[in-house]
Design a protein around this ligand. Structure first.
Ligand SMILES: [Zn+2]
Length: 73
């Protein structure tokens, strides 16, 4: 498990606030993220207002995975 705080700033999915499913408060950034594989990233969200937690999973296309691999090199 690796923590990627930069993802919260650079990932276009994370830049768009998600509303909390329980109270509607906007969620700005995932609490933490982990790479399950080269093309699969799991984000864990927690609402500051009510404490509700949930996970989202992002599957990158082969092109996006290749771009991330090039950036990391
Ligand atoms: Zn909430």
């Amino acid at each position: 498990m690796r923590y990627h705080p930069v993802d919260a700033i650079t990932n276009p999915v994370l830049r768009n606030p998600n509303p909390c499913a329980q109270c509607g408060e906007p969620l700005i950034a995932a609490r933490w993220s982990e790479h399950l594989s080269e093309r699969c990233i799991r984000h864990v969200w927690e609402c500051d207002a009510c404490g509700y937690q949930f996970e989202t999973t992002v599957y990158l296309s082969a092109d996006k995975a290749a771009q991330r691999r090039r950036k990391a090199a």
